[in-house]
Design a protein around this ligand. Structure first.
Ligand code: PLP
Length: 234
């Protein structure tokens, strides 16, 4: 089977699962945005996804992302950066990203703002919230503590060329993801009370997107459920 057909089939299957989860949650399908995470997969796959109607793609490494975005510059895709980002890579990412979903510290806000100004672009930001154990546990997968979120959000809204779009979270490995997603949705509600346009709740990956839809996520970030296993590529 050719790759285009393979991707069409897995997108269709994924779409059925999203629709079924929306029906169970009593939510309209149009309330859920999907970012297809293409890390580890070649630019040709991004092109095939574009041809199949995908509009939002995600990457987690600055260099790989910048190269792919350049190779696909003729396509009307929105690029989301979802990985941990060092401040010295902010300029690379600000040059192509529509949204940085992993804003987790004040130094990164300043670096992104300077980079976005230099690039003459506006960059959307999601504050990444650490979910689950955060005190030096292996479970920590990046992110600000819920107590730090408000301060970071304020920093984003006062920074030139940055826009506060909402929050992002990754559920802890190997646990029921529901408490983590529910916590993220509570943090998002507190944030929206102060910043009403920060509506995005990015939660849910291939293994837990149905739980994220039930908990109230507005955006999913899915890689393997659409593209297959990354194991052969990395
Ligand atoms: C890789 C990645 C995803 C997608 O993961 P899958 O399990 O392949 O769906 C989502 N979010 C982040 C932050 C990632 O790094």
């Amino acid at each position: 089977m050719n790759r285009r057909q393979e991707l069409a089939d897995s997108l269709a299957l994924f779409e059925q699962r999203v629709s079924a989860a929306c029906a169970r949650a009593g939510r309209p399908r149009r309330d859920i945005g999907v970012v297809v995470v293409t890390k580890g997969f070649p630019a040709e796959d991004v092109r095939a996804l574009d041809a199949l109607g995908v509009r939002d793609v995600g990457e987690n490494r600055a260099k790989e992302a910048a190269e792919k975005a350049r190779e696909c510059a003729d396509l009307a895709l929105r690029w989301h950066f979802v990985g941990q980002l060092q401040s010295n890579k902010a300029a690379v990412v600000a040059a192509f990203a529509e949204v940085v979903q992993s804003v987790d510290r004040p130094a990164l806000v300043s670096a992104l703002s300077r980079a976005a100004q230099a690039a003459g672009r506006d960059v959307g930001c999601l504050v990444q919230v650490a979910l689950g154990p955060t005190q030096g546990e292996l479970g920590r997968r990046g992110g600000a503590t819920p107590a730090e979120v408000m301060h970071l959000a304020d920093a984003v809204t006062t920074a030139e060329r940055l826009r506060l779009d909402g929050v992002m979270g990754v559920a802890p490995h190997g646990e029921d993801p529901r408490p983590a997603f529910e916590e993220l949705v509570r943090v998002a509600a507190r944030l929206q009370a102060v910043h009403p346009t920060a509506r995005v709740v990015s939660a849910g990956m291939s293994g837990d997107f149905e739980a994220a839809i039930l908990a109230g996520a507005t955006h999913l970030r899915v890689g393997t459920a659409v593209l297959g296993s990354r194991r052969s590529l990395r």
